[in-house]
Design a protein around this ligand. Structure first.
Ligand SMILES: NC(=O)c1ccc[n+]([C@@H]2O[C@H](COP(=O)([O-])OP(=O)(O)OC[C@H]3O[C@@H](n4cnc5c(N)ncnc54)[C@H](OP(=O)(O)O)[C@@H]3O)[C@@H](O)[C@H]2O)c1
Length: 392
């Protein structure tokens, strides 16, 4: 029985994880949960799963949940809050496996402490890897902790890499759906609305990652994540646009063989893979072979998706540049979702923040968080100067 902590339990990945736990009660048990502000969902989850610990974003929300649980006669759940709360949920001694699925840098500290505590990690929170991947992978090596990717592309690469030796890998190919604007005329980009950008053609995900898919910054974050997870240079991480999202990624070996992982577009599969690794567990997530009849692959268009170019540049520089790429994007996407800036304001803001970012390589999480704060402040300055946008 694996005892699991789910960080980001109320989100898309968190809820898919709970549905896997529901399907395999003989294998997995929920020990702790951490969420942000969605009180109603977390309350329902506490009633259903009776976690030992649950964490919410603020003290006030935690107090409300505590009262509700007391009223419902749930006495076994300790309610905590804030970063310390999610760290507590992630590092309980009885936890075997931590699903890291808080969105953004907010998930970094708990992921880091879970690695330090020797927990196996199922990593969905790519922003933690982008901001602090050098530190996280070093601690994971030192503690002999497995970082198992849940992001479908990295999960696919992880699976394909089991077929050969690391030294036999020439490069990897991350597939990208191209998002909703793959074929939209460039002249219409300045009029893109929030509703259009939230309409992803193949995946149902949280709001930030959906917008990041529309700008392809998501693929950019994944390039950096892949460099860190698989110890590759940015030039060995290629992107191919594959609108059907059927091939989840490929590994190219030195002899010219390409191994691809194909499955349904359903995040429960990579979650199940990570939770059961190194075993493979039977599931009903079956793939319809007819979907192989029409598969397209094309080169990414860097003019259409400047975020991809910016991400490769940040991947080359690493350190503060990777941190700033993510931080500026978090701020710009929030402003776009609030309708304070246009769609094209996202790459413009990131580019301007990167131009003022120094080439620093932080050695501690505290330094990472300080650089993250600095980049956010610069992003807010850019937004207020360019668009008179209020800080999000
Ligand atoms: N969805 C996918 O298919 C997918 C695929 C690959 C990778 N990922 C990655 O997985 C992560 C989660 O994505 P998602 O789509 O599941 O996002 P989501 O649906 O927006 O969920 C985000 C989760 O993070 C929680 N959260 C936000 N701020 C928090 C804070 N300060 N403290 C504690 N919890 C906080 C949210 O809590 P509340 O809702 O309670 O506020 C929610 O549980 C992201 O890093 C994303 O890039 C997602």
């Amino acid at each position: 029985m694996k005892r699991i902590a789910i960080l980001g339990s109320t989100g898309s990945i968190g809820q898919s994880t709970l549905s896997i736990v529901e399907s395999y009660p003989e294998r997995f048990a929920v020990l702790s949960l951490a969420a942000g502000r969605n009180l109603d969902v977390v309350h329902r989850q506490c009633i259903r799963w009776r976690p030992r610990v649950v964490s919410l974003a603020t003290e006030e929300l935690a107090a409300t949940l505590r009262n509700r649980l007391r009223r419902d006669g749930v006495s076994e759940t300790e309610v905590v809050w804030g970063t310390e709360g999610s760290v507590r949920a992630a590092t309980l001694p009885e936890v075997d496996f931590v699903v890291s699925a808080i969105v953004g840098v907010a998930g970094l500290q708990a992921t880091y402490e879970a690695v330090r505590a020797g927990k196996t990690i199922g990593l969905a929170n790519k922003e933690a890897m982008v901001a602090a991947g050098e530190i996280l992978t070093a601690v994971a090596r030192e503690k002999n902790v497995a970082l198992l990717p849940i992001d479908s592309e990295h999960n696919a690469v992880h699976q394909c890499m089991r077929a050969g030796e690391r030294a036999e890998v020439r490069q990897i190919w991350l597939t990208a759906s191209g998002g909703p604007f793959r074929t939209l005329p460039l002249s219409e980009f300045e009029k893109i609305t929030v509703e259009q950008a939230l309409r992803h053609p193949t995946w149902v995900m949280g709001r930030r990652i959906t917008i990041d898919s529309a700008t392809m910054l998501n693929k950019g974050l994944e390039i950096i994540e892949a460099c860190r997870l698989f110890d590759l240079t940015p030039s060995a991480v290629k992107v191919t646009v594959h609108p059907q999202s059927t091939v989840h990624s490929l590994v190219e070996y030195v002899d010219g063989s390409l191994l691809a992982q194909i499955s349904v577009t359903d995040m429960r599969l990579p979650i199940l893979y990570a939770l059961s690794y190194p075993e493979r567990v039977e599931s009903d997530l079956r793939f319809d072979m007819e979907r192989l009849a029409e598969l397209q692959f094309e080169a990414p268009d860097f003019q259409r998706f400047p975020c991809l170019r910016l991400a490769y540049q940040a991947a080359e520089k690493g350190g503060a540049h990777a941190i700033a790429l993510n931080a500026a994007d978090e701020v710009a996407v929030a402003a776009f979702l609030e309708r304070a800036i246009p769609f094209l304001g996202i790459p413009a803001t990131i580019e301007e923040v990167l131009e003022t970012t120094s080439e620093t390589h932080p050695a501690t999480i505290r330094e990472v968080l300080a650089l993250d704060c600095e980049a956010r402040e610069t992003a807010h300055e850019v937004l207020s100067r360019r668009y008179a946008a209020r800080p999000a």
